[in-house]
Design a protein around this ligand. Structure first.
Ligand code: SF4
Ligand code: SF4
Ligand code: SF4
Length: 336
């Protein structure tokens, strides 16, 4: 489900050179050679361009693909039924949970997405009415400028033009930089695949969207708490609801601006920090903020050694995968 279909869109223009370098490496099956390692230096070069403060002016904030899709969750409508969790598991072929989907004891703890649950619903208290529960559905927010994608040294993540942020498990080699970079603590690590490490997360049901359908969780929600549509339309809908019922909602659409904007938007009757949302997130995407830090530290002492080591490991992992595939193909041909 999380695999990027062939021909899917790449992220913004600044990555073009890095992407073409990556493609070239994918065509070379000869092992992690010196030539490959030198090619990797070009990748480092791409990163160094980002790290160089003299290039800061070249950075342009990416406002997102026009017409991209998004989701809107209205916490005032959510009743905590967990139909969205069940639908997500079924749509993504995930295993049934240890405790059934109608077991309310899960609300006694705070959960986060895992390899077996790309979305979870947690229960909070309304600070003004402590007896009134407020339920929050959590999953990837499909950021306009995803920090996970910025942090991934081998570009395993893609921000599609349709809106979902996807990842390629065949490229992932398990460095987990994306987990550290995500401001919403979303990507989960699949510990069951020790030989084939991979990250897992919600992909906004990309396959369903591509076929004209709607994400399973939105389809299953009996309360109308999750709405799928064009992000621009959802933003208008969110603001309209707040305008029409100012006593019901706080005057904030979460995700409109946070970290440069997210594809998944939220409206609520209680402050977002009371629902465990990260407080005071900047409106700038993380890639712009990290540039200053990277530029302030001599690249040769920090970024380069780390990236050379990381890229070497990435190339080695990829070659192992490719060699396995080639051996498999040879075996299949021999059997014909
Ligand atoms: S919420 Fe986290 S994992 Fe999802 S797109 Fe944003 S940075 Fe990436
Ligand atoms: S959009 Fe799809 S993958 Fe994401 S939480 Fe909903 S059902 Fe799960
Ligand atoms: S299906 Fe809808 S109402 Fe039920 S828990 Fe999920 S978001 Fe809330």
């Amino acid at each position: 489900m999380g695999k990027i279909p062939k021909g899917s869109e790449k992220d913004h223009e600044g990555d073009e050179m890095c992407v073409s370098e990556k493609k070239e490496k994918q065509q070379d099956h000869s092992g992690v050679s010196r030539r490959k390692f030198l090619k990797a230096a070009t990748l480092v070069g791409c990163t160094a361009v980002i790290a160089n403060p003299s290039n800061a002016s070249a950075y342009k904030e990416f406002e997102g693909w026009p017409d991209r899709y998004g989701m809107l969750t209205d916490f005032t409508l959510c009743v905590g039924c967990r139909s969205c969790e069940k639908a997500c598991n079924e749509a993504n072929g995930l295993p049934a949970p240890e405790r059934s989907f109608d077991d309310g004891s899960v609300f006694n703890e705070m959960r986060r997405p895992t390899q077996d649950a790309y979305t979870v619903v947690n229960r909070y208290q309304d600070p003004n009415e402590p007896d009134k529960p407020v339920y929050r559905k959590i999953q990837c927010n499909h950021c306009n400028e995803p920090a996970c994608a910025s942090a991934c040294p081998i570009h395993a993540y893609t921000k599609t033009k349709e809106g979902p942020v996807l990842y390629d498990p065949d490229l992932c080699f398990g460095c987990r930089y994306c987990m550290i970079a995500c401001p919403f603590n979303v990507p989960a690590y699949d510990y069951d695949s020790a030989l084939e490490p991979k990250i897992v997360k919600c992909v906004m049901c990309y396959d369903r969207i591509k076929e004209g359908g709607i994400p399973a969780c939105a389809d299953a929600c009996p309360a109308g708490a999750v709405t799928f549509g064009k992000r621009d339309d959802l933003l208008k809908l969110a603001k309209k609801r707040i305008y029409q019922k100012p006593d019901r909602y706080i005057d904030h659409v979460y995700g409109e601006h946070e970290v440069g904007g997210t594809g998944w938007l939220y409206i609520s009757g209680v402050p977002f920090e009371d629902l465990g949302f990260p407080k005071d997130l900047p409106n700038k995407p993380p890639i712009e903020l990290t540039k200053g830090f990277l530029g302030a530290v001599p690249v040769v002492f920090t970024v380069w050694p780390a990236l050379f080591g990381t890229i070497y490991a990435a190339l080695k992992h990829r070659d192992e995968l490719e060699n396995n595939k080639t051996e498999h193909q040879v075996k299949e041909e021999g059997e014909k």
